[in-house]
Design a protein around this ligand. Structure first.
Ligand code: NAP
Ligand code: G4F
Length: 326
């Protein structure tokens, strides 16, 4: 039986990946931090068979202990401070967790593997945010990284460190450069979920307006459930490598609002949406759109859920959740 250790199992991707690996017959272990993590209840409900191990990416010894308990064949490093806006306020913490945390996990695996280099396969959750001030459109594996946020810089460090451990120690270490992926499980701080929650509340008369920042930002938004399949596929390859994962389509925030409001029968959302400078970023990533042709050819991966279906899925789920919350 294959055994997987997932860091960030309480997050959006961790939950989908845990479900996928359980379906595939894996024994799933999840690293959980904190003495009373509020998301534990959700993990127990969705992944009742998973074994949870306590540890923190900033604590190398806890990672070594977690590897000893899980004895994994695959490690998926999804844990991170992942909210870009927050990373300017907490740049040092972001560096400790998102950058150094990945190094800690690579080093823990190297020590755990000993003479058996390559026996534990490693996945690093790299990000399109690393492309930042995009040097070409669309962005592919060879595009120059120009990160524009402390988060992007931290991810670029972790990305290069993953490649470095692969080249230096022969580790089976792969990076998925994933573009934005969303779902009803997305944290409410991210813009897609902020919109779907607000639109549901507006439909139910619980909220009057929605306040956002830069409406001109464009993202390549896919469905998280599709993207965790790409992570797993990368780990099944004989040779470790890096892959861009994206829908290869971009939409701006205005189109996201068009689709979300249309779902509740509103064609002109201008009276419902306000802008506030507090949601603008010190440096913006204006246009992200991926070229995932390498992953499509080498992994046989392709996204299944399109943009409109994704937004509708999120609004519909929030309508149900908000209606249940009286
Ligand atoms: P998420 O929902 O924000 O989940 C982040 C996870 O990291 C949570 O489980 C969190 O645990 C954990 N974590 C935070 N600090 C930690 C620490 N010190 N030690 C151990 N775990 C810690 O993020 P996501 O959307 O699932 O994304 C998964 C990964 O992919 C992240 O690395 C993210 O940066 C990257 N990524 C995401 C996207 C995207 O569009 N979703 C795109 C590219 C890359 P707590 O519950 O304890 O907070
Ligand atoms: O939803 P966002 O916060 O996602 P962002 O910054 O693209 O980061 C996400 O995707 C990355 C992949 O590229 C991941 F690596 C990262 O971990 C995370 O999952 O913001 C999307 C866009 C930005 O341009 C932002 O300026 O929406 C714009 N925006 C406009 N108003 C807003 C808002 N974003 C948020 N969160 N809240 C607003 O009110």
């Amino acid at each position: 039986m294959k055994r997987a250790l997932i860091t960030g199992i309480t997050g959006q991707d961790g939950l989908y990946l845990g479900e996928l690996l359980t379906q595939k017959g894996y024994e799933v272990f999840g690293l959980v931090r904190g003495q009373n993590n509020p998301k534990l209840e959700l993990v127990h409900a969705l992944l009742p068979q998973a074994t949870l191990v306590f540890g923190d990416l900033t604590d190398l010894s806890s990672l070594i202990r977690a590897l000893g308990v899980a004895q994994p064949t695959e490690v998926y490093n999804l844990g991170a401070v992942s909210f870009v806006a927050y990373s300017w306020e907490n740049a040092a913490l972001t560096t400790d967790v998102t950058a150094k945390g990945a190094l800690n996990m690579l080093e823990a695996i190297r020590l755990y593997e000993g003479a058996n280099a390559g026996s534990v396969r490693f996945y690093q959750a790299s990000s399109s945010e690393m492309f930042g001030k995009a040097q070409e459109v669309p962005q592919r594996e060879a595009t120059l990284l120009w990160p524009r946020s402390p988060y992007g810089v931290a991810k670029a460090f972790a990305h290069h460190m993953t490649i470095n451990y692969r080249e230096s120690y022969g580790m089976h270490a792969s990076s998925g450069v994933l573009f934005n992926h969303e779902s009803p499980r997305r944290g409410p701080e991210f813009v897609t979920r902020k919109v779907s929650q607000a639109v549901a509340r507006i439909a139910l008369g619980k909220q009057q307006t929605l306040t956002l920042g830069n409406l001109d930002a464009s993202r390549d938004w896919g469905f998280a459930g599709d993207y965790v399949e790409a992570m797993w596929l990368m780990m099944q390859q004989d040779v470790a490598d890096d892959y861009v994962i994206s829908t290869d389509e971009t939409h701006n925030l205005r189109s996201l609002l068009d689709v979300a409001f249309a779902r509740i029968g509103i064609d002109d959302w201008s009276g419902y949406v306000k802008q506030d400078a507090k949601f603008m970023r010190p440096a913006e990533v204006d246009l992200l759109v991926g070229d995932s042709s390498k992953a499509r050819a080498a992994l046989g991966w392709a996204p299944r859920v399109g943009f409109t279906e994704l937004v509708n899925m999120m609004v519909d789920t929030d309508l149900t959740l908000q209606a249940d919350q009286a």
